[in-house]
Design a binder for this molecule. Structure first.
Ligand code: PGA
Length: 250
């Protein structure tokens, strides 16, 4: 993890009502009161305001799970970066594989979303990752490089350092099949190399691993040199489990 500040994010996906979100935050805050890490909660849109208000003054920062690339317009059902920023949301997950797979999120859209997030003062958490087929075919690096180059095409050197990248192998998400620490480390190191080649201050950037992270495997994953944090789905629905993962980051 080198000397980068650990970054542990809870991706709730389509889980938790506003009341359930409030309950989670109240249960989490005392458990992480002493942490020096960046702790990020990504609730559904409707619970963003509640989580922002309840976690003020704590280590918790708040991220949306998606956004539209335009500031406003005739895009029924969508939410823009300035709308999120107005709520004091800090960050936004972009390019999650579930959005790519179920909602037609394209690299072209992501190339517009990343700069739109940055322009509104939101920290993009850009997700990249290969399918099982691509890994078996020895295409992992090629897929990661293609996604990074495409999704960050419109972001230049200094701005790149504000992006957080999450390596999320699709075959490890919600499957209980975690990448081995070696596989995850190798991919995160490769991502850092690609970012460096693009002119980023890559040594200061946070690169996360996501895919079936749990209290029992977090420490080993987070101990890897190039893994600076975790994007946690299933295990982030319980405040005790999530706090244990925050603690596992050291
Ligand atoms: P999981 O999800 O921890 O449930 O595998 C991770 C993610 O989708 O970000």
């Amino acid at each position: 993890m080198a000397d980068r500040v650990p970054y542990i994010a809870a991706n709730w996906k389509m889980h938790k009502t506003v009341a359930e979100a409030a309950e989670f935050v109240d249960a989490l805050l005392p458990r992480i009161a002493a942490t020096q890490h960046d702790v990020v909660i990504c609730p559904p849109y409707l619970a963003l305001g509640e989580v922002v208000e309840r976690s003020r003054g704590s280590a918790v920062r708040v991220a949306a799970q998606n956004m539209h690339e335009q500031e406003s317009g005739a895009f029924t059902g969508e939410v823009s970066a300035p709308m999120l920023a107005e709520l004091d949301v800090d960050a936004v997950v972009l390019g999650h594989s579930e959005r790519r797979r179920h909602f037609g999120e394209t690299d072209e859209a992501l190339a517009r979303k990343v700069p739109a997030a940055l322009a509104a003062g939101l920290e993009p958490i850009l997700c990249v990752g290969e399918s099982e087929e691509a890994r078996d075919g020895g295409q992992t690096d090629a897929v990661l490089e293609r996604q990074l180059q495409a999704d960050l095409a419109e972001v230049g050197g200094a701005k790149l350092a504000e992006v957080v990248v999450a390596y999320e192998p699709i075959w490890a998400i919600g499957t209980g099949r975690t990448a081995t620490p070696e596989q995850a480390q190798q991919a995160c190191a490769f991502i850092r190399d690609v970012l460096r080649e693009r002119g980023a201050a890559a040594n200061s950037m946070r690169i996360l691993y996501g895919g079936s992270v749990k209290p029992g495997n977090a420490a080993e994953l987070l101990a890897q040199e190039d893994i600076d944090g975790a994007l946690v789905g299933g295990a982030a629905l319980d405040p005790g489990d999530f706090a244990a993962i925050v603690e596992a980051a050291g």
